[in-house]
Ligand binder design. Structure first.
Ligand SMILES: CC(C)(COP(=O)(O)OP(=O)(O)OC[C@H]1O[C@@H](n2cnc3c(N)ncnc32)[C@H](O)[C@@H]1OP(=O)(O)O)[C@@H](O)C(=O)NCCC(=O)NCCS
Length: 189
């Protein structure tokens, strides 16, 4: 039977989005979306992507991506020794990730994290690592799930298609594993 749930879309933030009522429970993240995200995108210091339901202008969630780099000395030795002796390696920073409080706990955070992975993997410009900037312990615990998932020997490879069914979030391990195989690692900083 066809699903009647509205389709979700992730798209670049634009003036069409109504950000005033967005409330994730973390005020600096809400303020950033309202007042700063657009400027950062125009100045090309961070790209902002929003999750919306089809036909709705109010974001359910958002995340930002920007280029960054990691000093070789900051990497675990096991990883660093497999790299050329450049002082830094290129990486992608997910500086912010937030879901509106009314929509939390439904897989949207995970969905956006995977969308961000897939953007990094599709990008033609090399990025060795995916860096997340956890604002507090709670955020770190959320990201930590994916760090350990990525190391799972049990997880199998899969194609990076976006599933649409309620079970789609089970693909996350596989997607993350696929990311690992392409040399994208997550670091908590
Ligand atoms: C953290 C946040 C982005 C998670 O988004 P979400 O849509 O609520 O999370 P999801 O529903 O995708 O959760 C995915 C999985 O992570 C788990 N999870 C969610 N938040 C978690 C946390 N803080 N600690 C540990 N696990 C967490 C969920 O239980 C779920 O696991 P399950 O599939 O086994 O049930 C969201 O709660 C949020 O916006 N919080 C406020 C802002 C924030 O802290 N941002 C973090 C980046 S700075």
């Amino acid at each position: 039977m066809a699903s009647t749930a509205p389709a979700l879309r992730i798209e670049p933030l634009s003036d069409q989005h109504d950000r005033e009522s967005f409330a994730s429970g973390v005020e600096p993240l809400d303020r950033y979306l309202r007042h700063q995200a657009g400027q950062d995108a125009r100045r090309r210091v961070a790209s902002c992507f929003v999750l919306v339901s089809d036909g709705d202008r109010i974001p359910i969630g958002y995340y930002t991506l920007a280029a960054t780099c990691i000093a070789l000395a900051e990497l675990p030795e096991a990883l660093a020794k497999r790299l050329p002796r450049y002082p830094v390696v290129p990486a992608t920073l997910m500086g912010r990730l937030a879901v509106d409080a009314g929509h939390q706990g439904r897989g949207h955070g995970e969905f956006m994290l995977l969308d961000a992975f897939s953007r990094v993997l599709r990008n033609e410009i090399a990025s060795y690592a995916f860096v997340v900037d956890a604002k507090d312990d709670r955020a770190a615990r959320f990201y930590q799930r994916y760090v350990s998932d990525i190391s799972s020997k049990e997880a199998k490879d899969c194609s990076p298609q976006w599933p649409r069914s309620p079970n789609c979030f089970r693909s996350i391990l596989k997607m993350a594993t696929s990311a690992r195989q392409k040399n994208v690692d997550i670091f908590l900083i």
